[in-house]
Design a protein around this ligand. Structure first.
Ligand SMILES: NC(=O)c1ccc[n+]([C@@H]2O[C@H](COP(=O)([O-])OP(=O)(O)OC[C@H]3O[C@@H](n4cnc5c(N)ncnc54)[C@H](OP(=O)(O)O)[C@@H]3O)[C@@H](O)[C@H]2O)c1
Length: 271
């Protein structure tokens, strides 16, 4: 039997798009999840928790390639440590990791930086765990996924006045395109830190929100707010952007149009 590819975070926004790509390439796929669940034919699910390390040895056993898509806003360094320990014990041959553009450029000097933008520091620490693991590795940094920006703007639009960070731009990218690239990397040789993957265009949160409001036929006053701290200053200078790697194809407007039409289909279909 072929060695399975383990996908951590295979139930998340990104990982659930990586899984079919690997299956289509003929891989056996195993998914790590904290919850017992069925994911469909040909997908083995192993339960475990990267935050505690429980179940991770069993999840990695026999896997030659591990695609590490599990993550959250905090604690990704510890998750990476548990995964790397188990993958080393299991003799894995390739660890593929998804990180974020700006991980190495958003300073974490003060409490405010860490409280508001600690995610970048946690991704950098996780990258360092992967790179220092002794395992052959590949890390891809991507900009924010459309889905995350959608979640953010739809929550902001619920407020009577929508506050947005003044002067910070985002370069949203399609999670499906990131998944395609991760599959390609998982099928190829370990490559270290590969070129970033950014969306086609950078826009302020105010513009992203305006496009959302337009697509949703809604109105909201928008209030740009200055965010203090060194991390925010770095973000205003574009630390989270990849202007030379704006290789993503699907635009925010295309994503929004598709999302609105699938929401309309759902509300039109009988319950
Ligand atoms: N979202 C973005 O804009 C963006 C941009 C660049 C990079 N990234 C990175 O891409 C990765 C995936 O992001 P996403 O947006 O797809 O995340 P997501 O939708 O929030 O999914 C998170 C995934 O991580 C798993 N997970 C979380 N904590 C875990 C734990 N303690 N043990 C095991 N599994 C755990 C969850 O699995 P279960 O709930 O099934 O356990 C879930 O599948 C993350 O590493 C993130 O930092 C994201």
């Amino acid at each position: 039997m072929a060695a399975p590819v383990l996908v951590t975070g295979g139930t998340g926004t990104l990982g659930r798009l990586v899984v079919p790509g690997l299956l289509a390439a003929g891989c056996e796929v195993r998914v790590l999840s904290r919850r017992r669940r069925e994911l469909g034919e040909g997908i083995e699910v192993v339960t475990g928790d990267l935050a505690t390390g429980d179940g991770i040895d069993a999840a990695v056993a026999g896997a030659r390639v591990v695609v590490h898509c599990a993550g959250s806003s905090k604690g990704d360094e510890l998750k990476a440590r548990h995964l790397v320990g188990a993958a080393t014990r299991a003799g894995a041959r390739h660890l593929v990791f998804i990180s974020v553009v700006g991980a190495d450029r958003v300073p974490q000097t003060g409490r405010l930086d860490r409280a508001m933008f600690g995610y970048f520091g946690s991704k950098l620490a996780a990258e360092q765990v992967v790179a220092g693991s002794g395992l052959p590795w590949t890390t891809l940094r991507a900009t924010q996924f459309h889905d995350l920006v959608y979640l953010t703007v739809s929550q902001l639009a619920r407020l009577p006045v929508a506050p947005v960070p003044a002067g910070i731009r985002f370069q949203p990218v399609d999670a499906g395109e990131v998944a395609e690239r991760l599959v390609e990397l998982a099928l190829g040789p370990p490559s270290g830190l590969v070129p970033d993957l950014g969306g086609p265009r950078a826009s302020t949160m105010a513009d992203l929100l305006r496009a959302y409001l337009g697509a949703a036929h809604r109105r909201r006053p928008i209030l740009p707010v200055h965010v203090p701290g060194r991390a925010a200053r770095a973000l205003r200078a574009g630390a989270n952007l990849a202007p030379d790697r704006a290789v993503g194809r699907r635009t925010w407007e295309e994503f929004l149009a598709d999302r609105m039409s699938s929401l309309a289909d759902q509300s039109a279909s009988p319950a």
